[in-house]
Design a protein around this ligand. Structure first.
Ligand code: CTP
Length: 411
């Protein structure tokens, strides 16, 4: 089993079983999501799976050899070794045949022996035609697996192979990965509620134009994903995200700073943690034109008059309920490390937050990227943590710091 250190997100050994259905090609996405999340992924693919997706693809994505044959690696007792080492087993797609084999406890191939030799949680993502999914044999097998504690993700309804439409489509890869990781925790936020703002607000000039910013919402969405995986009840106040909100979070869509403030204030009234990851407009047009601004009416130059928006974060921190932790973000273009820290420290104190996550942004840095590099400051402006890597690992590190080390400066 994998050791946990307080300074690093938990790296799990995950066995990803891929069986022979057309959805096997989507298993590449599951492997990728797990690898991007920082986990060590070992793929066990059936012969059937390898007819749908190539071994080199799976090896490149998982960064490990792909195992298929029960009679390879006999000297290292591979038929049980993989299962014994696993922290988590995910089977995606799980065909009707695989589900029947699992229910019967068959050990005729490497995936079967791996599952039987393991005490790790098992998560399966069924994929098959609707008739097969609804067949009494499959229904009974699924019921058996559920009683043994197996987690079933999906299937979704939608377009199947050929012209069929119905239940049986494999769940989306990111959903499978996130649901699987949620099973193993850590569940240190179980029962806690967290509201997270993400994305960038847009302030309208007229019905077709707005003043906005380049925030993609990826770090806020990763925080939502990480919090869900750790058992929290998550609300995402979403301002124009480039990515889908995670399944399992309640998403509230907002446009402007004013809408974001109203949604955050309402949600913060009952939340344990409040995280302002959204890039909120600091200024908005003082007047919004009813109709589209026309060049003939405006002339050769256009002067915009803008007014300050409320500082949502400072307001939330000031009015926080007892015990609530408030987290802000600071995206800065300052190149000098010392000055970046002193700007951050001043901002943490000025906004009255418990934690300020500082990151550097620029023309080619920060926004839209899948990785991040952050420094965390407590309410007094002292450095309490750093994180580097994909946004999901950074999110976990922020939650670690939040859950463990942040002194409440407002008591
Ligand atoms: N924020 C907010 N309301 C605003 C502006 C920002 O709640 N009107 C929040 C952001 O969500 C972020 C934090 O404040 O968590 C820091 O935002 P930032 O733009 O770095 O800070 P500002 O106070 O706007 O300072 P600056 O003058 O550096 O822009």
């Amino acid at each position: 089993m994998t050791a946990t250190t307080p300074d690093a997100p938990r790296r799990l050994t995950v066995v990803l079983g891929i069986t022979g259905g057309i959805a096997a090609y989507k298993a590449v996405g599951v492997a990728r999501a797990l690898v991007v999340g920082g986990h060590d992924v070992h793929i066990v693919a059936t012969e059937g799976a390898l007819r749908f997706v190539g071994r080199p693809t799976l090896e490149a994505i998982s960064r490990n050899p792909v195992h298929t044959d029960l009679y390879e690696g006999v000297a290292e007792v591979r038929h049980v070794a993989l299962g014994q080492r696993a922290d988590l087993i995910v089977i995606a797609p799980a065909t009707a045949h695989t589900i029947a084999s699992l229910a019967a406890g068959l050990a005729g191939d490497l995936l079967g022996t791996t599952v039987l030799a393991s005490s790790a949680p098992l998560v399966i993502a069924p994929a098959m035609h609707t008739e097969m999914w609804e067949h009494p044999a499959t229904v009974a097998n699924i019921a058996t697996l559920r009683t043994r504690g197996v987690t079933i993700v999906g299937p979704d309804s939608g377009r199947l192979t050929g012209t069929d439409v119905g239940a049986g489509r494999m769940a989306e890869p990111e959903v499978i990965a996130a649901s699987a990781l949620a099973v193993v925790g850590p569940h240190d936020l179980r029962g806690r509620s967290i509201v997270i703002s993400a994305g960038g607000t847009r302030e309208p000039l007229d019905p077709v134009r707005f003043i906005g910013n380049r925030s993609s919402g990826r770090q806020g969405v990763a925080l939502a994903q990480a919090a869900l995986a750790r058992g929290a009840v998550v609300t995402l106040v979403a301002a124009h995200l480039d990515v889908e909100p995670p399944a399992g979070a309640t998403a509230i869509e907002v446009e402007t700073a004013a809408e974001l403030e109203a949604a955050m204030r309402e949600q913060a009234a009952t939340a344990d943690f409040v995280v302002m990851a959204a890039a909120v407009a600091d200024y908005r047009p003082t007047a919004v034109a009813e109709g589209k601004l026309k060049k003939d009416d405006v002339g050769e130059s256009l002067q915009l008059q803008l007014e300050r928006t409320p500082d949502v974060l400072a307001g939330l921190a000031r009015d926080r309920r007892p015990g609530q932790l408030v987290v802000g973000f600071a995206a800065e273009t300052e190149g000098d490390d010392d000055r970046l820290l002193s700007i951050g420290a001043e901002k943490a104190r000025r906004k009255g937050v418990d934690l300020l996550v500082v990151n550097r942004v620029g023309w080619h840095e920060g926004f839209g990227s899948t990785t991040n590099s952050v420094i965390m400051l407590d309410g007094a402006g002292s450095v309490v943590g750093r994180a580097d890597g994909d946004k999901l690992s950074v999110a976990h590190r922020i939650l670690d710091v939040l859950a463990e080390t942040v002194p409440t400066t407002h008591d």
